[in-house]
Design a binder for this molecule. Structure first.
Ligand code: ACO
Length: 325
């Protein structure tokens, strides 16, 4: 059997830090509220001239360097994002150009915050069936560009960032199983209404703020605490592993209360759960690969560790992936 193994990781984060104290000056909020309700202390924000492909390219280059792979050895680039540079061409094609991966096919996928799980699952299919050897998967979002900075319900939650992995064909297990879920009926609880073919950009949509993230926070919260543990269990069952086998739970970073609830329901202690949202907030598609890259660089992930990645987001979508390191 051919497996898709992670052979390199990387991330790309904007330099500018926006703290809770900064937000106190922008909207009616407090460090105490944000910290106690979400766990977020600060987040990174892209410059005006910085787009998804810019930080995605940094993450991609770092992941290739970590894997010891030349750009021309990449067969496919998959980018998951809800904040592409533009509607088309795809951000994957722009990153392909930037890193000079001249032999790679490239496309974007969109599953909101679950995008990275969807991306590596799609990538694994190409590798396991022998179609490709090296696939670069980038999760990147620049949510600051579609955030209403006057809406305290949403603006305190998000940050910008990019994370990437290289998946390489191997005879040793890497991605062991996965689970993907979607429920279009819940789409309205997390969406960005304008700017597409249903509601193209006009002065009217802009004046009504319809190009910003709209969210029913408590609906998303309830959905997340229910689906995260279920997705992990479904993925574990598919590869005949149990919760006891998990060395690291790597949940989408949206809210520490959601992470703690999922870990508790699964019976996984917080010491085995990756948390980076205090520093970066919710970067949508990028939170999971950024967390993996950060913990890998700190040498906290050991050879043979079992990782359970799990995400949820707009669509609604959710999913999990079980990976041997
Ligand atoms: N500062 C101060 N007060 C605030 C703030 C703020 N930043 N934001 C909301 N409040 C107020 C509300 O107005 C409300 O006041 P009211 O009771 O007078 O009406 C009060 O705080 C409580 O609001 P709740 O919505 O009940 O707060 P809750 O404890 O549910 O936390 C939160 C809100 C943090 C948004 C939570 O529901 C959550 O994390 N939901 C999930 C969000 C999420 O994961 N989104 C994923 C997006 S991923 C993607 O695909 C882009």
């Amino acid at each position: 059997k051919i497996y898709a193994r992670i052979s390199g990781t990387g991330s790309g984060l904007p330099e500018k830090v926006l703290t809770n104290a900064d937000l106190e000056k922008m909207v009616d909020t407090s460090d105490e509220w944000i910290t106690s309700r979400t766990g977020i202390k600060e987040r990174r924000i892209a410059r005006n001239d910085e787009a998804a492909s810019d930080i995605g390219t940094i993450a991609a280059k770092n992941a290739l360097a970590d894997a010891g792979l030349k750009p021309e050895e990449v067969d496919l680039i998959i980018v998951s994002t809800v904040t592409p540079d533009m509607i088309f061409p795809s951000t994957a094609c722009i990153i392909q150009k930037n890193i000079e991966a001249l032999n790679a096919a490239a496309f974007d996928i969109e599953a909101a915050c679950t995008g990275f799980i969807y991306g590596i699952t799609v990538a694994a299919q190409f590798i396991e069936n022998g179609f490709y050897k090296n696939v670069l998967v980038v999760g990147v979002d620049v949510l600051s560009k579609i955030t209403n900075w006057q809406d305290r319900n949403t603006c305190v939650l998000f940050g910008d960032g990019a994370g990437a992995v290289v998946l390489t064909a191997s005879d040793k297990p890497g991605i062991m199983s996965g689970f993907l879920g979607s429920d279009g009926n819940g789409g309205k609880s997390l969406c960005c209404l304008a700017g597409g073919s249903r509601m193209p950009a006009t002065e009217d949509t802009i004046s009504k703020g319809l190009h910003y993230i709209a969210m029913e926070g408590s609906e998303v919260f309830k959905f997340a605490v229910k689906t995260l543990p279920e997705a992990v269990i479904s993925a574990l069952n598919k590869c005949n592993l149990t919760v006891e086998d998990i060395d690291w739970l790597i949940p989408h970073q949206a809210n520490t209360r959601i992470i703690e609830s999922a870990a508790k329901k699964l019976g996984i202690p917080m010491e085995k759960t990756m948390v980076t949202l205090d520093k970066y907030g919710n970067n949508s598609s990028a939170t999971i690969p950024i967390a993996i890259d950060e913990y890998a660089r700190l040498k906290r992930i050991k050879d043979g560790d079992i990782l359970a990645l799990v995400g949820f987001g707009g669509g609604l979508t959710w999913g999990a992936s079980i990976i041997k390191w």
